[in-house]
Design a protein around this ligand. Structure first.
Ligand SMILES: Cc1cc2nc3c(=O)[nH]c(=O)nc-3n(C[C@H](O)[C@H](O)[C@H](O)COP(=O)(O)OP(=O)(O)OC[C@H]3O[C@@H](n4cnc5c(N)ncnc54)[C@H](O)[C@@H]3O)c2cc1C
Length: 455
């Protein structure tokens, strides 16, 4: 009888998480095979079809450092210092994310990032198999079936364990759910998105401030724009699916132009192909995926979007997926029993995934509806002051999520306590000048414990 191979693992999906996990495991001495449904993006170009650029933050960068990929990725990243809010009357206001340029986020091109990560995984020694979409699993015989989308041919491979890094529509998740109750439910946001492009200016430079994430908040809907290193911006229009305006009323390029001329007027001259982009690019649905269980004993486990897809409003889906990769690699190394390793991984990560999913949903309301409210701006001003006066106790939730690596669940809970404090302290005030600072300091010390900081 053949012995189980204790240092071999099979990954499904060579997207962002799959490539990082492969590298982390190979660097720890594992033999890794990765099966990817699409062709090799390094040969045929990236056909991702969704969100062209992504915000990379500290959690993601930490994983990239461990995978030896941070330096290569950062060569293509564009710094974003804060939100550049575009008001309806054309005024703009830069709201910094952190204290200084050590607390920023980075815009990276999804396709470029994927290519860099695949190169690094392959160089490290991972075996990558493209044009191999998982199409069936026999968990008893431990064989997986893959279909080549080019000719429909099928291929089988034996596995010890499968790791599903195959994204929100995970085929592995579907195969697992025939064997174990995963408690799967998907909550649709009722809003979708569409991408448009701001090309470089005539002289080849960025046509608006490059080092910012631009936001046009308009109540029930919004636009954002992130810079790309080729001096373009990817604009994402988020609209409800129903109502007015919505994707039900804004149906073609002409409708889109009318909406932009009314609500995003300063963006209109920046997007010359507005009608074409709107009609060519598909509208993407936004949803949160909840599972109660992420693994099938020691035979299969899910991570990243396959386990916990979230709405994109905290810019953390990829960052969280990368953090999953580090955690799974650590649990696999610490625990030779895979079922125990997968269970420990789930126990650590599931509550944190739930927390960032909730924060991502909350952030949508904040981004589209709050960033220009007076009470919100006063609370933010107090938040900044308290972060300076009490750095050991008070940190804006955005910073805890984005610049620190404390568990998401901790950031969520502390954020809740801080929000209550900010509401209480600013109640009845329209400016910070009227606050009683000794009472404020006392309340902070009384109500907030010391922050857990990264080592
Ligand atoms: C509009 C939008 C904006 C976003 N912005 C941000 C952001 O700013 N910051 C951030 O951190 N996150 C962001 N995200 C989230 C981020 O895109 C995801 O969380 C991230 O891509 C998850 O990585 P993954 O590897 O789990 O899945 P994916 O990146 O989806 O990769 C899955 C891979 O599996 C492959 N695959 C699928 N099915 C099969 C199969 N049957 N067999 C083999 N392979 C298969 C796919 O081809 C793909 O390569 C955004 C998402 C959206 C929709």
């Amino acid at each position: 009888m053949t012995q189980p191979d204790n240092r071999h693992i099979t990954l499904i999906g060579a997207g962002l998480a799959g490539a990082v996990l492969a590298t982390l495991l190979v660097r720890r001495g594992w033999r890794v095979d990765v099966y990817e449904k699409r062709g090799d993006p390094r040969v045929q170009g990236y056909g991702g079809g969704r969100s062209i650029n992504l915000a990379l933050a500290e959690r993601g960068r930490h994983a990239l450092r461990l995978a030896g990929a941070d330096e290569a990725v950062m060569q293509h990243a564009v710094m974003m210092r804060g939100r550049m809010v575009h008001f309806l009357d054309g005024r703009t206001d830069l709201q910094r994310y952190g204290r200084d340029d050590s607390e920023v986020i980075w815009s990276v091109h999804r396709g470029e990032l994927n290519v860099i990560l695949l190169d690094i995984a392959e160089r490290a020694g991972a075996k990558l198999h493209f044009d191999r979409g998982l199409s069936g699993v026999d968990f008893d015989a431990r064989t997986a079936r893959f279909t080549d989308p080019r000719d429909g041919s099928t291929h089988e491979a034996r596995f010890e364990s499968l790791v599903g890094a195959d994204g929100a529509g995970s085929s592995l998740r579907a195969a697992m759910s025939a064997h174990v109750e995963l408690g799967e439910r998907t909550e649709f946001l009722g809003h979708s998105y569409k991408e448009l492009e701001i090309p470089p200016a005539a002289d080849g430079s960025f046509s608006i401030e490059p080092n910012a994430l631009h936001i046009w908040p308009r109540g029930r809907y919004m636009c954002i724009a992130l810079p790309n290193d080729e001096r373009t911006f990817t604009v994402t229009l988020f609209l409800p699916n129903e109502g007015d305006p919505s994707f039900a009323t804004v149906r073609n390029g002409e409708d889109a132009r009318a909406l932009f001329e009314r609500d995003f007027a300063d963006a209109v001259p920046l997007i010359p192909a507005l009608e074409e982009d709107f009609e060519r690019n598909p509208a993407g649905l936004l949803a949160t995926l909840y599972l109660d269980r992420w693994h099938l004993d020691g035979r299969a486990v899910l991570l990243g979007d396959a386990a916990h897809a979230m709405v994109p409003f905290h810019g953390q889906g990829m960052n969280c997926a990368f953090e999953d990769c580090v955690a799974l690699a650590e649990h696999l190394d610490a625990n030779p029993d895979r079922a125990a390793a997968f269970a420990a991984f789930q126990a650590e990560r599931l509550p944190n995934a739930r927390a960032i999913q909730a924060m991502a949903l909350e952030n949508y309301l904040e981004m589209r509806d709050r960033v220009d409210d007076d009470d919100y701006l006063l609370q933010r001003a107090l938040e900044r002051t308290l972060a300076q006066r009490h750095p050991e106790r008070f940190m804006p939730r955005y910073s805890m999520v984005t610049f620190q690596r404390m568990p998401y669940a901790t950031a969520y809970e502390r954020g809740r306590q801080q929000r209550e404090l900010l509401i209480d302290l600013t109640r009845g005030h329209t400016s910070l000048d009227t606050l009683d600072w000794s009472a404020v300091d006392h309340a902070v010390r009384e109500r907030l414990t010391l922050l857990p900081m990264d080592a």
